[in-house]
Design a protein. Sequence first.
Length: 80
Amino acid sequence: MEDNQNAIAVAYNPVEHARTKHIDIRYHFVREAIQKRLVEVKYCSSREMVADILTKALSKEQFKRLREATGMDIMDISAK
């Protein structure tokens, strides 16, 4: 799942562009994996990207929504 549509386009399009020439050859394994049909890269909106809970500063509402999407919940410490 990827929230960057340009990254998806570059991964699926093996044509080299001026903007992709700087990408080191070792990172082209994603393209090869797509061509071999080992992986499929799909778009996921930033709002639904659960991994963002670990990588970005989020609003309280977004953090709560993504936390719930992972199945994690805050324990009630007062219950002890």
